[in-house]
Design a protein around this ligand. Sequence first.
Ligand code: OXD
Ligand code: MN
Length: 588
Amino acid sequence: MNLHQKLSLPDLQNWIENVTKLTQPNKIYLCDGSEAEYQNLINEMQETEDLIKLNSDKYPNCYLHRSDPSDVARVEHLTYICSNNKDDAGPNNNWMDPKEAHSKMDLLFKNSMKNRTMYIIPYCMGPIDSPYSRCGIEITDSPYVVINMKLMTRIGQSALNRILKEKEYVKGLHSIGKLDPNERFIMHFPDELSIKSFGSGYGGNALLGKKCHALRIASWQAKNEGWLAEHMLIVGIEDPKGNIKYIACAFPSACGKTNLAMLIPPKSQPGWKIWTLGDDIAWLHLDDSGEMRAINPEAGYFGVVPGTNERTNKNAFDMIHKDTIYTNVGLTEDNEPWWENKNTGIPTKDWQGNIYKAENGVAAHPNSRFTVSAKNNPSYSSLAEAPEGVPISAIVFGGRRKKLAPLVYEAKNWKHGVFIGAGIASETTAAATGKKGILRRDPMAMLPFCGYNFADYWSHWLSFERKTEKLPKIFHVNWFRQNDKGMFLWPGFNENLRVLRWIIDRCEEKIDAQETPIGFLPHRDDIDMNGLDIPNKNIDELLSVDEKEWLNEIQSIGEYIQNFGQRVPKGLLDQFKKLEIELSKSST
Ligand code: OXD
Ligand code: MN
C-alpha cells in the first residue's frame, strides 16, 4: 500500500502534501510504532552520533543524547497561543494573530527538511480504547522526537486507525530547523487544533503530544467540551486493607510530581502502597454518575534526572537502569550516565561532552531528562491503561514555598478550592529558560500550559459545581517550607505519604480538622509522625497560619486575579473578598 492509500483521509492527505511541498524532505517515512522501527532509528542515530550507547552491562538498552547547549528547556517567551480572538488567549499567554503566525512559521519551514527525512507519527494520547483519549499526528524531521514519542505516547497503526475512524486529530508540524534561538517559536492554533514548532529539539517544545497537545490544545478543547486537561500527576494510595483511593496533584514543573507519583512508603508505614498512573498530565472527565475520573494521556515519563537516587525516588532510579533515553547527563569513565546527587560513580565528562572539572560547574544539566516507558516503573498501576480511568477522591495543589504556606490544608468547598488553585505561587526552576528561584503566581500549575484566558479557565473550573454533587475535595500542600536558617522543616519525599494519608482520612470523613480562615488544617496528632524525628516547634510552624502574612498573600492574589479584567468570574472574586474580610478581622 502506498502512503496515499494508508492515509485515506482527504484532509490528512492534503495536509501532508502541503507540508511536503513547503519543507521539501528528501524522504517521507510513516511510523508504524514497532520495536524494529525503534531499534532501526536507534542504530541510525548512533551512526550520526545523535545517540551514544551507554554501558550495556549496567544500563542495557540505554542511550545518551546531547542537545545543542542553547536548547535545553521550554521557552515560554517564544511560545504563543494564536487564537482567532486575542482575548481568548488572555494575559497569561503570548498571542499572535493566526494569519501572521502562519506566514511567519511557513517562512521558517520553507525547505527546512531538505536532505532530511520527514517522519509522520500518528499518536494517541490516552489508552487506545478510551473514549476520553485524543489523537494527533506529528510531522517532524527529528528521529530523536520519534523515539521519544514512541516511549511517551502510543504511536503507529492503532493510533492511525483511530484517526481514520474519528476524523478529528491534532495536526502538529515540527522541525528542528538550525536550532537557532533567534528562529525558534512554538505556536498553537487552538481554533484549528494545530501546532507549529520550529527551531528546538527539547522535549517540552518538540514532543508535540506532551505540553503542546495534551495541555495547551487539550485545555481549550476541554473547556469547550466540559472536561479538564491539567498539569497533574495521578496516583493510587492503597491502605493496609487493600482499599485504593486515587488523587490528582498539580505542582509546577520540577516540584516533585514524579517523586510523589512513585513514592515508596517508609518502613514506619507498613502495608501502604502507592500505584502510579501518571507523573505530569491528567485529563479529568465526569462520568455518567457525575463522578470525576482521570486518565493519563501519556504512556511514559520525561523526568528531571538530577536528584534522582535510591532515597529520593528508588522506583525511578531502578526504572532508568534499562530501556532509557537520557538527555544532557554527564558520563563516568565506564560510560555510565552520571548526574548530581546520583550518590554513586564519578563523572569524567559533562553534559556537553567536555572533560568534567568540578570548578566548571555541574556534570549533568539541571534540566537533564530521562525518557522511559511507564511500564518500566515498578509501581505502575494495573489501571494505568483502563479506558474508563480511575475515580478521583482529592485534587491537591502545591508549590515550592519557603515561607507562609502550611504543610497541608483543605479547601472549605469547591469554590474556595478553585481560589486556592488560582493563587498557587512557586519558585521558578530549570524546566524553563529564565531566572530560577523567583516566586511567581502559577495558577493550577498551568501558567505555561493553559491554552486560553485564565479568567475563562477559572469560570470553567467553577462550572463543575453546577454539574455534579460528587466533586473531589481540594487540598494544598507545601513540602518546601524552610526555617530562618534555610533548613527544610519537613523531610519530604517518601515521608509525604503521611500527608496523603491525612488527605484520604479527610476524604473519608474519618477525622475532623481545625478551621482557620485559609481552610481546614490538621490537628497535630492526626498526621502520623511515628518514626520521624522532627522537633515539636517545627511541626507547630508547619501547621501554623500567620494571619497577617496571609492577609498580604490574599491581597496579592486578589491583585493578580484582577489583572485578568472583566472576564474574571464573580465566584472567584467573591472568594477573594470573603477571605480578605475574614483575615482582616482575625489579624487585627
Ligand atoms: C515538564 C515540565 O517537562 O513541566 O513536565 O516542564
Ligand atoms: Mn510538567
